[in-house]
Unconditional design. Sequence first.
Length: 475
Amino acid sequence: QAAAAEDVGGEVTRVVIPVLLAFFGWICIMYAIQHSLISLPFLATKDALYFPIIATFIAGYAVIVLEEQTEINKAATALVLGVLVWAFVGTGLDLSPKEFETDIKTTLEDVSEVVFFLLGALTIVEIMDAHKGFDIITKAISATKARDLLVVVGVLTFVLSSVLNNLTVVIVMVSLMQKLVKDVEFRQRLGGVIVVASNAGGAWTPIGDITTTMLYIGGQVTTVPLLGNLIFPSVLCLIGAVGYEYLRMDGETPFERPASTEAEDDRPPEGQALVFWGGLIGMITVPVFTAVTQCPPWSGMMLVLGLLGVITSLLHEPDDDRYSLKGALARVEVPDALFFLGVLFAVGGLERVGLLKAFAIQLSSLVPSDAIVAVLLGFASAVVDNVPLVAATQGMYDLTAHPANDPLWNLITYCAATGGSLLVIGSAAGVAFMGMEKGVSFGWYTANIAPAALCGYFFGVGGILAQQALGLTLG
């Protein structure tokens, strides 16, 4: 005990105190720069107001990226990052208390909708899993070879994400893989392909991806031309990514399924089919519920969760937490939701002060070709959230100069939706995947999945440019 106490004391002295000193030192230095107490020769007075916000965002992202090396929990880092970005917005920019309160509340509202949607979907999947619902699908998948399973998973994800929210598809498909594949490395690779396929599948339908929906609502694209113009590039993106991984695998290598448990545990719980299909169909119909009632998506997900909670309460004993809503909530990974909250809150701060739009405008002025700008915006969406980037492009390009279904809008739609696959932090789907697979880090994804995602990304860009050159686009 004495040795353990000495070790803890040593950790506090060697690690914790220096980290806390560095943290508070950073805040003091950034505050001093923002208020011209410290001047940097390369910064104008106006730029000094924004420098601490940008520098803090980059530093926070770096700590998240280096989670394995620093051993600092990424959810904790994200929460600190989100609050600090807004703290520097509040202390440095000339905003009235009312303006600041309005901005931060609006951002929190937007972020909370995503977090509640995520919590609802994760809890629904947990209830479905407790009832062994995924056994229904895993038994139906007859593939025995790794290559065959890769193709099945890629195509299934692509199709589902065209009608389902990407986040929902990734949560369902990654949960399915955890029940189907024993080998951790192979399962993680499949998860990476799921992220790429979900983003590609969401690019070509108005309801498949939030950025596509934004452009659809904004009048930049319309339904039939969108479907006709982007289905081919999206399929090429899937083929590029899956094909890259397919060629890397041994054609005859089988994959191993998890070992079966004892016979008594193999008996499905009461209501297995009802809970599984009810949860799955409920999540699929959330966009329909949203369109008919005008309620936000998170409310539809919570409705499905509530109905499942009622069904499980009627099916099982009141104190049986294995199958109940209460038990499922206790097993859900709350840090995943907190990670989302922190990252999106920080990005929302950059958006509210106009930094993302300024970046997009600066990029447009430096690059002569609009097509290259769209492709680069896809790369940018791999680093920051694609929603504010798309919102920035909607403000950059006027509909009079670039009318609905213009080739530029087609390229922006595709690049914004699929560019987030290039890095694991570039899309909500990737962040959810990283939270659900504990072995997945920024570095692992970059080394193992980013090459396939990049291959698919450029396959799709080439498809769009070829369509436009041949005059095969719909106006």
